[in-house]
Design a protein around this ligand. Structure first.
Ligand SMILES: *Cc1c(COP(=O)(O)O)cnc(C)c1O
Length: 369
């Protein structure tokens, strides 16, 4: 292939929305209001309406959303929080940042999300919360997790950073636990033009606590009542997100079409497994992730790269194998196997059928070698 295909290419949607994006930034610059102004308020209302939650609070990043969510749930030093190891580092990092201890549970090997029995085994006397991650855009097994949390008196904070718009048994993710953390890192399904995040919740007290924590622990300027953070969503990002939000459902549909094209083009190829969607779940394909033979993965990546096609391994080193967590990490065989075998292919709403067929062709060829 002569043209390069990156993992994600945002240029087409940016081009198409250019006049609106430009006007949004222009209006904020002219308004002189840059922090917690009308765009943040409007975006919070619009995001809450989309997600079907009572409250949505804009914060500085997905990591901030996790940290503030955990803090607002009252979690802190001495507490344990159950998280998957097979996720982006921020999930566990947020738990450590507030002085609590992440306890790693294993994944269900076809959806890469927390496996409820493994979560149950990880619950101890100090466990306070579970953070299921809707990894790659696939909803975690929330009914079993909510059931477990209820029986054991635990809070649930969804890490929904990769799954804006995903649906679990008729309900949008983001409203399935006590609170949910979203990221608008530029490459996420709904991406800002810099750092941005959001906490969604139906709990009024929790929403109020997050609003205080994001503004230095104050509800009223200079009346600080707790140690908080500077973790606010800014007006420019909120204004830009408001331009993109009305399109995200269509973009998620387009991602599903790309995924279906990959499924078709790769059906019957020996040695690989295409993504499975659990019954009742609507995947939003933040990533299209295959299982390939571990010993062939590097070769496949090299072969595709030589034709200008990017691929990525999300995630090559599970969190429990990282130096700060390895010393007392449990054994997580499904997580370790996934880390050896996963391979993500380019996916974005505008990726053409022709490109998908070409990528699938290159993959077949490289597997046959
Ligand atoms: C991106 C991501 C985060 C962190 O979001 P940022 O906005 O980059 O801080 C957290 N968890 C998961 C699963 C992510 O993919």
């Amino acid at each position: 292939m002569t043209r390069k295909i990156p993992m994600v290419d945002l240029s087409e949607q940016t081009d198409r929305l250019w006049p609106e994006l430009e006007k949004a930034v222009h209006d904020v610059l002219r308004s002189g209001r840059f922090i917690l102004g009308p765009n943040v308020e409007a975006f919070e209302r619009e995001a809450a309406a989309f997600l079907g939650t009572r409250y949505a609070i804009g914060v500085g990043s997905g990591t901030d959303a996790l940290v503030l969510g955990l803090r607002a749930l009252g979690i802190g030093p001495g507490d344990e929080v159950i998280v998957p190891s097979f996720t982006f580092f921020a999930t566990a990092e947020a738990v450590s940042l507030i002085g609590a201890k992440p306890v790693f549970a294993d994944i269900e090997p076809t959806t890469y999300c927390l496996e409820p029995d493994s979560v149950a085994k990880a619950i101890g006397l100090r466990t306070r919360a579970i953070v299921p991650v809707h990894l790659f855009g696939h909803p975690a097994e929330m009914d079993a997790i909510a059931d477990l949390a209820q029986r054991r008196g635990l809070a649930v904070l969804e890490d929904a950073a990769q799954a804006f718009g995903a649906v679990y048994r008729g309900r949008k993710i983001g409203g399935l636990g006590n609170a949910a953390a979203f990221s608008f890192f530029p490459s996420k399904n709904l991406g800002a033009f810099g750092e941005a995040g959001l906490i969604a919740t139906d709990d009024e007290a929790l929403a109020d606590s997050v609003r205080s924590l994001r503004a230095h622990g104050s509800r009223q300027r200079y009346h600080h009542t707790e140690i908080g953070y500077n973790a606010r969503l800014d007006e420019i990002q909120a204004a830009l997100l408001r331009v993109k939000l009305p399109h995200v459902a269509v973009w998620n549909d387009a991602r599903r079409r790309v995924a279906a094209s990959y499924d078709e083009a790769l059906s019957g190829v020996a040695g690989i497994r295409t993504p499975r969607i659990a019954p009742g779940c609507t995947h939003v394909f933040h990533q299209y992730t295959l299982r390939v033979p571990a010993e062939k993965r590097a070769g496949i990546q090299k072969a595709l790269d030589s034709h200008g096609v990017s691929t990525q391994v999300y995630y090559p080193i599970p969190n429990h194998a990282l130096p700060m967590y390895a010393p007392d990490a449990p054994s997580l065989p499904e997580t370790d196997a996934a880390a050896r075998e996963v391979l993500s292919l380019p996916i974005y709403p505008e990726l053409s059928d022709g490109d998908v067929r070409q990528i699938a062709h290159l993959l077949r060829e490289s597997l046959a070698r």
